[in-house]
Design a protein around this ligand. Structure first.
Ligand code: PLP
Length: 385
């Protein structure tokens, strides 16, 4: 049996052990400790924001984002149907709001035409915001997801958010390092263009702290409130006084040590992932009916996950099983969110491409440690399907 090639595994080839040891030696293991602040400075500097607020997970970050964005119980929030469920739960049900689902365009990110059509024709714009004509509910926010590290269409969505008074929340959990290189937004990173953005450092993301996340915002007072809510909304450190219902959502010092070491590796990881993506693309794109999902032009994507679009003659789960039998781990994209929990009672729009991608995409090995030879073995196995 040949060597197993996993879909995606973390890579601790830098200073992780050294920094964590230092934290243990100083007994700074919890949410106090200097490294959390250093990690915040490091991330803020990297993505070009004045500050960043580290938290316990991307999901916690998205919950904080929805709260500081002022999403209220009974509001509706525009969200993608093709994403991980943590884009939707914290930004809708955790805060008592309801999702309105939208499908994607060819890039697998939310379809701007469909969203614009909904806002213009199925909603009414009033002085205090946008209202869904069918339900009467206020549509207060728009959650964009930079799926697999691919930039959503930010120039379009920034305009839509402005025209229709929507707060723009960017779920950049998978897209740390993705940025525009051309056009009006050149130099801007995914996560930094809307009102509030969130990154994740879960074990499968491009860098990891085990579990962790970070919130950035273009409104300094929102970032401050996110930090306040993430630290039990404590106003008096000695007397333990609190001015609202807060959460234990702060990142720990140990996780921050991992994060600082991983940040030193991030640009190298992106370079590696880009080379392997190009290797797959050269061998598979347009060959025997396969194609590789492209990353948006005019951007430098972090190339976090690679999506292979299968030809119609192949059945997704059969492909996954046949590759698994050869020691190659792959997986389908997420089951669509409107098919999960009780989200089937919510509105959906423009689902065709999302349904097709759900049926035809297989994510193929993309670890930062994937070698050229392993990549070649995957290519050979795919071409033999
Ligand atoms: C991973 C992920 C999240 C959640 O992040 P966690 O750190 O796992 O809580 C949210 N949205 C997307 C798109 C993700 O991929």
């Amino acid at each position: 049996m040949s060597e197993f090639i996993p879909l995606s595994v973390p890579n601790f080839c830098g200073n992780e052990r050294k920094y964590v040891d230092e934290a243990l030696d100083g007994a700074w293991v919890s949410t106090s400790g200097a490294k959390v602040g250093e990690m915040e400075e490091c991330i803020a500097k990297y993505v070009g924001m004045p500050e960043a607020v580290c938290c316990a997970s991307g999901s916690a970050g998205l919950h904080l984002a929805a709260m500081v964005a002022g999403v209220k119980p009974g509001d509706e929030v525009i969200v993608p149907a093709l994403t991980f469920i943590a884009s939707v739960n914290p930004t809708t049900r955790y805060v008592g709001a309801e999702p309105v689902f939208f499908g994607c365009d060819e890039t697998a990110t939310m379809d701007p035409d469909a969203v614009e059509d909904f806002c213009a024709n199925q909603c009414e714009l009033k002085a205090d915001g946008l209202y869904n004509k069918r339900t009467g509910a206020k549509v207060s926010a728009l959650v964009l997801v930079h799926v697999f590290g691919n930039m959503a269409d930010m120039p379009r969505f920034l305009r839509i958010a402005k025209d229709y008074k929507l707060t723009l929340i960017e779920d950049a959990a998978e897209a740390l390092g993705t940025k525009y290189t051309e056009g009006e937004l050149a130099g801007k990173f995914a996560g930094t263009m809307g009102d509030v953005g969130v990154y994740s450092f879960n074990g499968n993301k491009i860098i990891t702290t085990g579990s962790g996340g970070v919130v950035v915002s273009n409104h300094p007072e929102w970032a401050a409130r996110a930090k306040h809510l993430s630290t039990q909304a404590k106003t008096d450190l000695l007397q333990f006084k609190h001015d609202e219902v807060g959460y234990n959502y702060r990142m720990t010092n140990i996780d921050a040590c991992l994060g600082l070491a991983q940040m030193e590796l991030l640009e190298g990881f992106i370079a590696h992932k880009t080379v392997r993506y190009e290797q797959y693309k050269a061998a598979l794109d347009g060959v025997k009916g396969f194609s590789m999902l492209p990353f948006r032009e005019g951007t430098r994507s972090n190339h976090w996950f690679y999506s292979l679009l299968l030809p119609d003659r192949l059945e997704r789960d059969d492909v996954i099983a046949r590759l698994q039998a050869q020691g190659i781990q792959t997986r389908p994209v997420w089951a669509l969110i409107p098919e999960q929990c009780d989200y089937s009672r919510n509105e959906t729009h423009a689902m065709d491409i999302a349904r097709e991608y759900r049926r035809r995409i297989v994510n193929i090995p993309c670890s930062t440690s994937l070698t050229e030879a392993q990549c070649s073995r995957v290519i050979k196995a795919v071409l033999a399907l």
